[in-house]
Design a protein around this ligand. Structure first.
Ligand SMILES: Cc1ncc(COP(=O)(O)O)c(C=O)c1O
Length: 491
């Protein structure tokens, strides 16, 4: 006889009803194999007496167990654990309760060789060197939340609360088409715009549609690693071209096009990722001409268009594209905050249509109500106000970071003051090694992270990006201080 009195523990102070507590504990006992299939349960009167509860509680608990299929009643005989329950192996369940199941895998699966970024658990008191991320503390979260609340209360929002288009919220597509035309000289309509969950989704979708196994895509020798990985994941072959003070060397594009059937080129012309240089006007025109001559797509990732400190932003390649060669991608993740997974892909309509179809395999739709809120955020001028405010702050932060880097660490780093964006391209003096500095920095509670990602072509440039935008002034002083302390340990 199972000692139910000691095994089943009831807590009258919790919100969970007593009958559910009884039922759930029976389920646990059955799952653990402590009560085998076909075992007779005590009568409701007996168990009620044993557990000192009302009989109705036990009747309700048994009803719940019957409903869930754990037990069955056999007329004139009583209540039994269901005879057809599979016997679960007790060993596995035992270890499960101790929490060691995280390492155990009961099935095989494919590992993704291309994605090998370590995920850092944030360590207390540590400061983190980042790639150029915005300061989420400046994001207008309350304003966006207010808009969201306001529109969610409106009847006309209801259609966006159900299954909707894979193109994204139509109001945001419309608002973005207008916004991009006005601020970036694009000449697009809503039909050319698809809303994605950040730029990365755009890069993934277009790589699936543009590239087949072994087909060629051109990228800079230094390039945004996540884009490289996405193209390699597709099975494409990367053709790498040099990058100098004027951006990617377009003569090298021409040379490659003469030798290979190139399908696409990935560029970040406004501020090359990672080196931050701007693609010169001459090379922009050259690249556009080459794309027409050789019929390849230009993937223009305009990840930090809004942040330019010395002059007005340079219009994107997409604004000069007359032949339909440019696929333009961007997002609000850098402009506002990465938590808002809202990006856009702007391209000729037939391509957008295919992207919208393909998206369905991985994401039925975006967050349509949030997208709707962003349509209002843009239309009501919230986006422009936010950008104006942050541009000023980030400029100050850039100036401070660069001044300190120059005065405190000139023997260690070479860099140019970036004209825009959120990061400095800092090249460590060739006599030092990043792997040594990373270890030293760790001791000073400074996490440099995966510095190798900036040199996937292994050219040994010794540079990484120092994001400056996410720190306030005090933090910038502290980052430089810790960096200096770390550098002093270098041999
Ligand atoms: C060059 C570049 N492109 C795209 C992205 C991805 O941005 P999102 O957060 O919009 O996916 C980043 C993010 O760091 C980036 O640096």
């Amino acid at each position: 006889m199972i000692p139910y009195k000691t095994i089943i523990k009831l807590d009258k102070d919790t919100k969970q009803a007593l009958y559910l507590q009884v039922a759930n504990q029976f389920i646990e006992l059955i799952k653990k194999g402590m009560i085998a299939p076909k075992t007779k349960l005590p009568s409701s009167r007996l168990l009620a007496e044993t557990l000192q509860v009302h009989r109705r509680t036990i009747v309700a608990a048994y009803d719940e167990l019957i409903l869930q299929g754990w037990v069955e009643t056999i007329p004139k005989k009583g209540t039994f654990v269901h005879r057809d329950l599979p016997i679960l192996k007790q060993k596995a369940l035992g270890s499960l309760s101790k929490g060691v199941h995280k390492e155990r895998i009961g099935f095989s699966f494919n590992k993704e060789p291309g994605i090998d970024f370590p995920v850092f658990d944030k360590k207390e008191n540590f400061l983190y060197i980042n790639d150029g991320t915005p300061d989420a503390r400046l994001a207008p979260l309350p304003e966006i939340a207010k808009i969201y609340r306001r529109i969610a209360a409106k009847k006309r929002s209801i259609p966006y609360a159900t299954y909707h288009s894979t193109y994204g919220n139509p109001e945001l597509r419309q608002a973005l088409a207008q916004y991009l035309n006005q601020t970036r000289g694009l000449r697009c309509t809503k039909d050319n715009v698809m809303i994605t969950r950040g730029s990365q989704m755009g890069i993934y979708l277009l790589s699936q549609l543009l590239l087949q196994e072994k087909e060629y895509i051109i990228v800079g020798e230094t390039n945004y690693i996540a884009a490289n990985i996405t193209f390699l994941n597709r099975g494409a072959q990367l053709l790498r071209i040099p990058v100098d003070h004027n951006g990617i060397v377009t003569e090298a594009v021409e040379e490659l096009c003469k030798k290979h059937p190139v399908k696409a080129i990935f560029v970040t012309p406004h501020h090359h990722h990672p080196t931050t240089v701007t693609l010169s006007a001459e090379r922009r025109l050259h690249l556009l001409n080459l794309s027409q001559t050789y019929g390849f797509a230009i993937i223009e990732d305009d990840y930090d268009y809004d942040f330019n400190y010395s002059h007005a932003p340079i219009l994107p390649l997409a604004s000069h594209d007359k032949n339909g060669n440019v696929i333009y991608i961007g997002s609000v993740c850098k402009a506002v905050a990465p938590v808002y997974r809202i990006g856009y892909l702007v391209a000729p309509k037939p391509f957008v249509d295919e992207c919208a179809k393909l998206r369905r395999f991985i994401d039925r739709q975006g967050d349509s109500l949030l997208e709707y809120a962003f349509a209002y955020f843009i239309k009501e001028g919230g986006m422009e106000r936010h950008l104006k405010k942050t541009l000023k702050i980030y400029k100050k932060r850039r100036d401070l970071f660069c001044t300190l880097l120059k005065t405190e660490l000139k023997d260690y780093f070479n860099f140019e003051i970036p004209k825009g964006g959120m990061a400095i391209w800092a090249v460590l003096n060739a006599k030092y090694k990043w792997e040594d500095l990373v270890v030293l920095a760790e001791k000073h509670e400074l996490e440099i992270g995966n510095w190798q990602r900036y040199d996937s072509a292994k050219i040994g440039h010794n540079g990484i990006r120092f994001g400056f935008a996410a720190y306030n002034e005090e933090e910038i002083h502290e980052v430089i201080h810790r960096l200096k302390q770390s550098c002093l340990g270098l041999l």
